[in-house]
Design a binder for this molecule. Structure first.
Ligand code: MV4
Length: 678
């Protein structure tokens, strides 16, 4: 086995690889960009080397530099993770030419699968089932049209060099063929520099089912069964599971054997995935092969009881596969959800910012985990920690949440529970969307196909209702707790040690006002409530009704309360003026209308003024080094078709304006450095 490897990647997959290497006693070298100096993957590796600026092309894509670093540190092998250089044949060959091992397939396998038409020709020879179609070299438009007519409409035109859904056109009728062909070729040449196309019978409700394969350097090749990745949005996978619901033993073997044949046909070594599209009746066709370890590999690990990164290291070091085909069974069911920093309500726009709080589900295992032959029930693979930032430079994935259950129903309920316990404050996430998706009728009944999300748009984006009284009560309790006003009820006999809450005569009554978080799509509401302290306890007054309220227990931001005699549990996290209440599996964001917040102040004293939402800078009024008076406009932003003026919070000095007119600014990004006058 190797003694030291370099991980040519970042984030979750770099941490994942490092976890297995550590367990195997293999030392790790991380590489990182200037944006990642404080990143988790740097912290979890044994050594770390800065390779360049934040932009991937100057850092994680600099194969030459990475190889140089690896050689100088005496590394024996390089793990490319996924993305970046993982499917770059030249890089794989350069690593080997430099006397090290590339932990992945040979460059020749990547090239053979790189062209769709060439791959289909190879697969045809290997007897791998193909969608009825045409993938020849002759690109004469009349020939293509007659092939399309032969296949029968609807026909799908695909760029041969394409992938991930780019360069595809559905053609419904023969009359539309030539126009669609011309348009497809234009996109293919501009996106891939190659206008070769192929034509296929278009499947109208396909499922995406992929087979994990593994080959060693001794001619052995096995399949580790299937994953169903049908739940996608614009070719981005959202949920993945293994095994595929409805799969029969016979079809699993047929697909597995076809996948192994595909891998063998290109001389494959290491971890690979053969993608199929399947009709609802189960018939399946080869789509493409991904010549790397994939994001969703953990669901396969969970049902097969394997560590696929360990397999990768063993195979790369020349060892035979740890298991033979007959030793690879399926235990239970696993589901993965990709937790992203993005805003589903705003077209899934990436959300950039700092993870102010990140509470991960309880009973969680990081990376692999599990014990005594039983997989972990909940696993989180993440490349970020609380306090880290999601930057605009890389994929905004926060974590992969993976659950295992004895059957699909147990996995489903564990997923819903784990999503409820996954609390993120500081940026928008898709967690609530994932929860609706997992709990929705289509996914829970396994009515799967690639159109699931679009078809269920209405139920996946319900109109936000008002915050319920329980959430308001939790917010109020947390606020008063932070002010220690609740110590009155904890020790009513000693009014003198308490600074708030107690009044010598009569009832202490505290008014609180909350508002819905700003949203362009909502009529925002205001919630006015009163908390009254009576000798027998607290009462919450809301909309003219009185609700007895008691704090039962607390730990960190977690509160157990009793409201109207019923127990209620929740977590409250405060981020500036926002109170994030997590209760009953829901996340309510309340703006605390603090009467004191803007009196005198200054929160921004010596600090930075931040963008209130993602948008564009439309005017910069202040200049670097300018002294300004309180309330003077400094910068104007445009967001949601509205202008927002960022004004001086106090008299002070504008030290530096960080953006120019026309710049896009992420939610929460500092706009300028401001120093309040003393
Ligand atoms: C198809 C198809 C229907 N019929 N081919 C999309 C990306 C590329 N990997 C292949 N894709 C498709 N090919 C035929 N003949 C539908 C898709 C497709 C799809 C496939 C897998 C997962 C999600 C998808 C979403 C839209 C379309």
């Amino acid at each position: 086995m190797f003694t030291k490897i370099l991980i040519a990647n970042r984030g979750e997959i770099a941490c994942r690889v490092a976890a297995t290497a550590r367990r195997m006693g293999v030392k790790t070298v991380a590489v990182y960009s200037e944006a990642d100096a404080g990143a988790k993957h740097v912290a979890v590796c044994d050594e770390a080397v800065l390779i360049g600026p934040a932009a991937a092309k100057d850092s994680y894509l600099r194969g030459d530099k990475i190889i140089e670093v690896a050689k100088s540190l005496g590394v024996q092998a390089i793990h490319p993770g996924y993305g970046f250089l993982s499917e770059n044949a030249e890089f794989a060959e350069a690593v080997e030419a430099a006397g090290m091992v590339f932990i992945g397939p040979p460059g020749s396998s990547m090239r053979a699968m790189g062209s769709k038409s060439a791959a289909k020709q190879l697969m045809e020879q290997a007897n791998v089932p193909l969608v009825p179609g045409y993938h020849g070299d002759d690109q004469d438009p009349e020939l293509l049209q007659s092939e399309a007519n032969r296949i029968g409409y609807p026909v799908l035109l695909k760029a041969s060099a394409g992938g991930g859904g780019k360069g595809m056109r559905v053609v419904e009728r023969s009359e539309d063929f030539q126009a669609a062909l011309a348009s497809c070729k234009r996109e293919a040449i501009s996106s891939f520099g190659d206008d070769k196309v192929l034509a296929e019978k278009y499947l109208t409700r396909p499922r995406h089912i992929e087979i994990q394969v593994f080959a060693d350097k001794h001619g052995n090749c096995v399949y580790l069964h299937e994953r169903d990745c049908s739940v996608q949005r614009r070719h981005q996978k959202v949920l993945e599971e293994a095994p595929a619901p409805g799969m029969t033993i016979e079809r699993r073997a047929a697909m597995g054997e076809a996948a192994v044949a595909a891998a063998r046909a290109v001389g494959y070594v290491g971890a690979g995935t053969v993608e199929f599209i399947a009709n609802q009746d189960g018939s399946f066709y080869f789509m493409e092969m991904n010549t790397r370890l994939q994001v969703e590999h953990p669901v396969t690990e969970m049902i097969t009881g394997t560590d696929l990164v360990e397999w990768q290291l063993r195979v790369a070091a020349g060892q035979p596969l740890p298991k033979q085909q007959h030793e690879l069974g399926i235990n239970g069911h696993a589901i993965e959800a990709r937790v992203y920093a993005e805003n589903p309500e705003k077209g899934f726009l990436p959300s950039i910012g700092t993870l102010r709080f990140m509470d991960v589900p309880s009973h969680v295992s990081f990376e692999l985990g599990g014990s005594a032959g039983q997989p972990a029930g909940v696993r989180v693979d993440s490349g970020v920690r609380e306090g880290d930032a999601i930057s605009p430079f890389y994929d905004p994935m926060i974590a992969k949440l993976i659950v295992w259950g004895a059957d699909r129903n147990q996995a489903l309920s564990r997923m819903a529970q784990a999503l409820s316990e996954f609390h993120i404050v500081g940026l928008a996430t898709n967690i609530a969307f994932l929860k609706r998706l997992v709990e929705g009728q289509a996914f829970s009944s396994a009515d799967l196909d690639t159109g699931l999300i679009e078809r269920n748009n209405a139920s996946l984006f319900p109109a936000a209702g008002p915050a319920p009284k329980g959430a308001l009560a939790l917010a109020a309790v947390a606020l008063l707790d932070a002010e220690q006003a609740l110590s009155v009820s904890a020790n009513p006999a000693d009014p003198w040690t308490s600074t708030h809450g107690w009044r010598m005569n009569g009832t202490y009554r505290r008014q609180l006002s909350f508002g819905d978080e700003y949203s362009a799509t909502l009529d925002t509401r205001t919630y006015d409530l009163k908390l009254a302290y009576h000798p027998h306890g607290w009462v919450l007054e809301l909309d003219g009704a009185a609700h007895p309220l008691a704090l039962v227990g607390k730990q960190g931001g977690e509160y157990a309360i009793r409201l109207d005699g019923a127990a209620l549990y929740g977590t409250v996290r405060r981020d500036g003026e926002l109170l994030h209440v997590f209760t009953g599996g829901q996340h309510y964001t309340l703006h605390y209308n603090d009467p004191m917040a803007h009196a005198g102040e200054i929160e921004a004293a010596g600090g930075r003024l931040t963008a209130p939402m993602p948008g564009k800078v439309v005017a910069v009024i202040a200049k670097d080094g300018q002294s300004v008076k309180k309330g003077e406009p400094l910068v104007i932003m445009e967001a949601m078709k509205m202008e927002h003026t960022i004004a001086a919070p106090s008299d002070g000095l504008v030290e530096e304006i960080l953006y120019q007119v026309g710049d896009q600014v992420a939610d929460g990004a500092p706009l300028l450095a401001f120093k309040a006058a003393a």
